[in-house]
Design a protein around this ligand. Structure first.
Ligand code: NAD
Length: 356
């Protein structure tokens, strides 16, 4: 079996978890990351610390390339060198923030959309049969989830229990006629292209549309990294700005470990041109108010929050992923982390780094 996995965004949250996981399974991991997160979000966002940790932990099984995914020729050289040894591609490098995308739309589109077709084309030329996994986002549905008939409860917005998506929104929600934000639109372009390379070129591609992805590998920054940033603010006694919806907007959260075991399942039994909504679902979700309450319980500290009565453009008021399609295709896969477990782990992993 081809034993190399190429992982882009390998120093980021999802990429680094994937590196560790597949290296532990005995695969050689080739990572691509140019620390562009530091450019997007400044020093808080740089993933250099994670790369150093990773290189130390994984050792010889890991080779790093600081290639920019916008560099088509650079990717072509990398893929042509590895060729048929490539058994899996995980494309997780991206510009991940709505707010940042509006500042530099060209850069956002070049990284998210053009970077993805660069990866697909390199894979088609040199590793056509290798499963190709793309980390998309629930933002491809734009603000359509906000038209759901939500009711206001004490600490959260919620769908009525008899609603067909109470258990989570599935992949039949339309991606058209909604506001996506510039970021959401560049991810739509990439998402559709990954599906197209599956259908048109018969490649084993899969699009995972993530809700909130989280875990200890997150370089928590204000513009990206919800639960890690909640915990960081409480631990460092920084003020967290909550934007709109009374702080009751609901997110489901999936730990990077649980996402990567889903990737592993797809790798073992790939399919063509799949899309999956992927998140913590009913098992793991919270509102902002609920997240702070849990973080306060874990740390014993009081959270400092400031409410801004203006929601972010295109932000979801309520999102819980319906993971039924994936579970039907891969019945052995299970979620193992809920929100308190995720927050506790972030707390424990960062005690030395985030001090008040
Ligand atoms: N974290 C979330 O909540 C979330 C939710 C839904 C979808 N996603 C998607 O999952 C994927 C991974 O997210 P993450 O949280 O691990 O992000 P991350 O920012 O932690 O990691 C992405 C990595 O990609 C690198 N990178 C960015 N631009 C690059 C470029 N041009 N060339 C090479 N490397 C580059 C960054 O330096 C960073 O290390 C992204 O596609 C993101 O859109 C994330």
């Amino acid at each position: 079996m081809s034993s190399v996995v190429v992982i882009t965004g390998s120093a980021g949250l999802i990429g680094s978890e994937a590196v560790r996981h597949f290296a532990a399974l005995g695969m050689d991991v080739v990572g691509v990351d140019n620390d562009m997160r530091g450019y997007f979000f400044g020093a808080d966002g740089s993933t250099q610390w994670n790369l150093q940790r990773l290189t130390k932990e994984v050792g010889d099984r890991y080779t790093h390339h600081s290639i920019d995914i916008r560099d088509r020729d650079g990717l072509d050289r990398l893929f042509s060198g590895l060729g048929a040894n490539i058994g899996l591609v995980i494309h997780a490098a991206a510009q991940p923030s709505h707010d940042w995308a509006a500042r530099e739309p060209f850069t956002d589109f070049d990284v998210n959309a053009v970077g993805t077709i660069n990866m697909l084309e390199a894979a088609r030329r040199y590793a056509k049969d290798a499963p190709f996994i793309f980390t998309s986002t629930n933002k491809v549905y734009g603000d359509t989830p906000n038209s759901l008939p939500l009711v206001e409860l004490e600490t959260r917005w919620e769908l009525p229990e008899d609603h067909r998506w109470y258990g989570g929104i599935d992949e039949t929600m339309s991606i058209d006629n909604s506001m996506h934000s510039v970021f959401g639109a560049s991810k739509v372009a990439a998402d559709i292209m990954v599906q197209e390379y599956g259908r048109y070129f018969d490649m084993p591609t899969a699009v995972f549309r993530g809700g909130t992805l989280t875990g200890p590998g997150h370089s928590a920054a204000e513009l990206h990294g919800f639960l890690a940033y909640v915990m960081r603010c409480v631990m460092e006694q920084r003020t967290y700005k909550i934007f709109g919806y009374q702080g009751k907007m609901v997110r489901d959260a999936i730990h990077s470990h649980d996402l990567i075991t889903a990737f592993e399942a797809f790798h073992k039994a790939p399919r063509v041109a799949e899309i999956y909504n992927m998140g913590g679902g009913r098992f793991s979700n919270c509102s902002h108010i609920e997240a702070f309450k849990i973080a306060e319980e874990i740390t014993g500290l009081e959270a400092r929050t400031e409410y801004v009565d203006q929601n972010r453009m295109g932000d979801h008021q309520w999102w819980i992923s319906g993971t039924g399609r994936f579970e039907e295709h891969y019945p052995d896969w299970k979620l193992t982390y809920d929100v308190p477990a995720i927050l506790r782990e972030i707390y424990e992993a960062n005690q030395e780094v985030w001090k008040g």
